[in-house]
Unconditional design. Structure first.
Length: 639
C-alpha cells in the first residue's frame, strides 16, 4: 500500500470515528483551522484538526486516568458551553516579539465517566494553532492522583518529523540526564521509535502535507509534572516522566486535593512561516508576576568557560573578561563553576565592584543538585530550601551580583518542576535574573517570570569542545534548532567562535558563527568567543557585535528548511537584522524576499574567500539572491 493509500485510509478511519456520534466543532477566528471533538461508539473522546479543509491531525485520543477514576474510557461528552473569544495583549522582554496580541476562540466541554466522575476538556483555537487541557474539579474525587494521559497526536503515515530523543534518567556524566541535550532525528517518519527508548522531548516539529505542526506544552505552574512524547502508530501520545526524575524525597506525578488543571497541550500549525512566527508557547503561559521592569535587562555576556574551561575560573582571568565585555559594549560577565573555591565570596565582591565601575553586571554559577546527581562542582546544595535561597540571594544582591546560572537539574517530575518555580519566585523577590542549565524546556516561563533570561535545554556549543563528532554534526544541528528548541523559548546555546576550539577541527565558517548571534534567541546571549579570537575579526564585525540589539520587537521567517538552511529577519526599533546560515556541504543560492524593507540600503557581512575571512558589501531591500558558502552564513543590517 502506498503512502497516499495509507493517508486516504487514515482519513476514512477518522471520518468514521467522528461519525459514530455527533461531533462538536470549533474554528479559529479566521476560520482556516477547524477542530472537531466527538465521542466514539466505544465511548472514547477523539478530536481531529483540519486546515483549509485538509486533514492535519487524524482522529486522536483525549482523556486522563487518575487513581480510582478512569477519565479516558467509557466517557460521555456533553454539549459545549458557549464559545468565548479570548483576547490578551502582553509585552515580552525575552522573545521573538516585544508586544504580542493573542486572539482565540475557547469552548469548554463537560465529560462524564462511566462511574459518574466529571471533568472538562478546554479547547482553544487561534489563527496559528490549537490548545487543549483538562480541568478536574469533581468533589467526589477528594484527592486527584495522576496515573496516565490518553492525549495523542495522530498524523497521516506520510508525515515527517524533526524530533529530539529524551535521554534516560540517571545516565550520562555524573548522572545528569535528562537535560534535553541530544541530537535531533531529522526528517524521519512520524512515530519512529526513540533510539534511547525514553520518548522524545518538546517541542517536536512535524510536516504533514502542506502544513507544518509544532507540538509542545505550556503553563507549568509547579503543580503538574512536565511531559514528553511517546511514539504511537503514526504519531505520538503524551507520556509522564520516569521514576528517578524527582527532587529528593519528592513526588513524580501530579497530585492535588483541589482542582487539577493540566498544562496546555499546544499544537501550532500552518505554513512554515506561520509556525516560525507563532508565539503560542508564551500566549498560553500565565501572565507575568510582579517584577521591577528596571531589573529586566536582556543583554550580552562574556564567558571564559566555553573555551578555557575549569582552570580559568580565577580572579585575574575573570577580571580580564570583565574588561573584554566592557570593550565589546556588552552587559554582563558570567563567572562559572567553582568560583567559591577558586575566587571566594570576598574576592567575588571585589570583582562585582570592578565590573560595576565599568557598567558590567556580574552573573555567577550554582549547582542545583541535592541527591539526584553526582556532580562535583560547587557552590552545591546552597539553594535547596526556601530559607537557603533567601539567605544566599540576599548575600549576592548585597555584593552587587545581577543574576544566577543554576545547573544540573534532575528531570521533569512534579517536585522538580516545583523546584524550578520556587527558584524563579525567590530570585524574583531578590531582584536576580536567572539562567537554567542542565535543565528542562522552560515552556513559556519567560512570560510568567520576567527574570528568566534563558535556559540551556539544548546540546549547545560546549559539546563541540568535548568531541570532534559533535563538532562534525553542529551545522545540521544549528540549522534544526531555530525550527524546534528555539521556536518558542529562549535558548542558551552559547554561540559564536571565530578562532580555534582547543583540540577540535572547526567545521563552520565565520559567517555561520556570526549568523548565530542573530538567529539564536536568548535573553542574555553568552558568547563563547574569547578576547584572542575576537581580535582576529575585522573592525566592522566587532562594531556589529558591539551594537547588536539586546531584545527584538518582531520576527519574519524569510526562507529555510529544517536541518538545511534558515534565514530570519529580526527587528529592533527601526533596525532590521537579516541572518542566515547554510548547513549543506555545497554552496547554496537563497532567494530572499525582503520587500518589507522597501529599497532601504544595508550592509551585508558574509564569508570571504577563506573559512575565517569576512567580506562586507552593500545590500538593498526588495527581492534578491544571496549565495551562501558551504557551512557558511551572513548577517545583513538595515538601519
Amino acid at each position: 500500500m502506498s503512502a497516499m493509500d495509507h493517508s486516504k485510509q487514515a482519513a476514512v478511519c477518522a471520518a468514521l470515528a467522528l461519525a459514530a456520534s455527533s461531533a462538536h466543532a470549533l474554528d479559529s477566528p479566521d476560520r482556516h483551522i477547524h477542530v472537531q471533538l466527538a465521542q466514539t461508539a466505544q465511548h472514547q473522546l477523539v478530536y481531529t484538526v483540519a486546515r483549509d479543509k485538509a486533514p492535519v491531525l487524524l482522529a486522536s485520543r483525549l482523556g486522563l486516568r487518575l487513581e480510582g477514576a478512569d477519565l479516558a474510557d467509557g466517557l460521555t461528552l456533553g454539549a459545549g458551553a458557549k464559545v468565548t473569544p479570548v483576547a490578551e495583549d502582553y509585552d515580552m522582554a525575552v522573545g521573538k516579539r516585544s508586544h504580542i496580541q493573542y486572539r482565540a476562540n475557547e469552548q469548554v466541554f463537560p465529560v462524564t465517566s462511566a462511574d459518574g466522575h466529571r471533568f472538562e476538556v478546554v479547547l482553544r483555537v487561534s489563527n496559528d494553532g490549537v490548545a487543549l487541557r483538562y480541568v478536574v474539579a469533581d468533589p467526589s474525587l477528594p484527592v486527584k492522583k495522576f496515573v496516565s494521559e490518553a492525549t495523542s497526536f495522530t498524523f497521516a503515515p506520510a508525515a515527517r518529523a524533526w524530533i529530539q530523543p529524551m535521554a534516560v534518567a540517571q545516565t550520562g556524566w555524573s548522572n545528569t540526564n535528562p537535560s534535553y541535550e541530544e541530537h535531533y532525528l531529522g526528517d524521519v517518519p512520524v512515530g519512529t521509535a526513540s533510539p534511547l527508548n525514553a520518548g522524545f522531548v518538546f517541542p517536536a516539529l512535524v510536516r504533514s502535507g502542506a502544513t507544518w505542526v509544532a507540538l509542545t506544552e505550556a503553563n507549568m505552574d509547579g503543580s503538574f509534572h512536565a511531559s514528553r512524547l511517546e511514539p504511537q502508530g503514526s504519531g505520538y501520545r503524551v507520556a509522564p516522566p520516569s521514576a528517578p526524575e524527582v527532587f529528593t524525597g519528592g513526588k513524580l506525578l501530579a497530585e492535588t486535593s483541589g482542582t487539577m488543571v493540566t498544562p496546555w497541550r499546544v499544537i501550532a500549525l500552518g505554513s512554515l512561516a506561520t509556525v516560525m512566527q507563532s508565539t503560542l508557547g508564551t500566549d498560553l503561559a500565565a501572565p507575568a508576576i510582579a517584577f521591577d521592569p528596571a531589573l529586566v535587562r536582556p543583554g550580552h555576556a562574556s564567558w571564559s568557560w566555553a573555551l578555557l574551561k575549569d582552570d580559568n575560573t580565577v580572579f585575574d582571568v575573570q577580571k580580564k573578561f570583565i574588561d573584554y565585555a566592557a570593550d565589546m559594549k556588552w552587559d554582563y560577565t558570567l563567572v562559572d563553576a567553582d568560583w567559591d573555591r577558586k575566587i571566594g565570596y570576598e574576592k567575588l565582591a571585589e570583582l562585582a565592584r570592578y565590573a560595576a565601575a565599568k557598567h558590567i553586571g556580574l552573573l555567577v554559577w550554582y549547582n542545583s543538585s541535592g541527591e539526584w546527581n553526582k556532580t562535583p562542582y560547587s557552590p552545591k546544595g546552597a539553594l535547596l530550601t526556601h530559607a537557603q535561597r533567601v539567605a544566599e540571594f540576599k548575600r549576592l544582591t548585597g555584593m552587587g551580583i545581577k543574576g544566577v546560572k543554576i545547573d544540573f537539574f534532575g528531570g521533569d517530575g512534579v517536585s522538580m518542576i516545583d523546584y524550578y518555580i520556587a527558584i524563579l519566585k525567590d530570585a524574583a523577590d531578590a531582584g536576580l535574573l536567572v539562567n537554567f542549565h542542565g535543565a528542562t524546556l522552560p515552556r513559556g516561563w519567560e512570560r510568567t517570570y520576567p527574570n528568566l533570561m534563558s535556559t540551556e535545554a539544548i546540546r549547545g556549543l560546549e559539546y563541540t569542545t568535548f568531541a570532534q563528532d559533535d563538532e562534525d554534526q553542529v551545522v545540521r544541528h544549528a540549522a534544526t534548532i531555530p525550527f524546534t528548541r528555539n521556536l518558542f523559548d529562549p535558548m542558551d546555546f552559547t554561540p559564536m567562535v571565530f578562532g580555534d576550539i582547543p583540540k577540535i577541527k572547526r567545521t563552520t565558517r565565520n559567517g555561520f558563527e556570526l549568523a548565530e548571534s542573530v538567529l539564536f534567541l536568548s535573553g542574555i546571549q553568552h558568547f563563547a568567543e574569547i578576547p584572542e579570537g575576537m581580535a582576529t575579526v575585522p573592525p566592522y564585525v566587532k562594531a556589529m557585535l558591539q551594537a547588536l540589539p539586546r531584545r527584538w520587537d518582531e520576527v519574519r521567517f524569510i526562507t529555510g528548511f529544517p536541518g538545511n538552511n534558515v534565514v530570519l529577519a529580526r527587528r529592533a526599533g527601526k533596525a532590521w537584522y537579516v541572518a542566515g546560515l547554510n548547513a549543506e556541504d555545497s554552496a547554496r543560492s537563497l532567494a530572499l524576499d525582503l520587500s518589507f524593507l522597501g529599497q532601504r540600503g544595508g550592509s551585508l557581512i558574509a564569508d570571504g574567500a577563506g573559512e575565517r575571512d569576512f567580506t562586507q558589501t552593500a545590500i538593498h531591500g526588495g527581492k534578491t539572491t544571496i549565495t551562501v558558502k558551504p557551512h557558511g552564513g551572513f548577517v545583513a543590517i538595515f538601519k
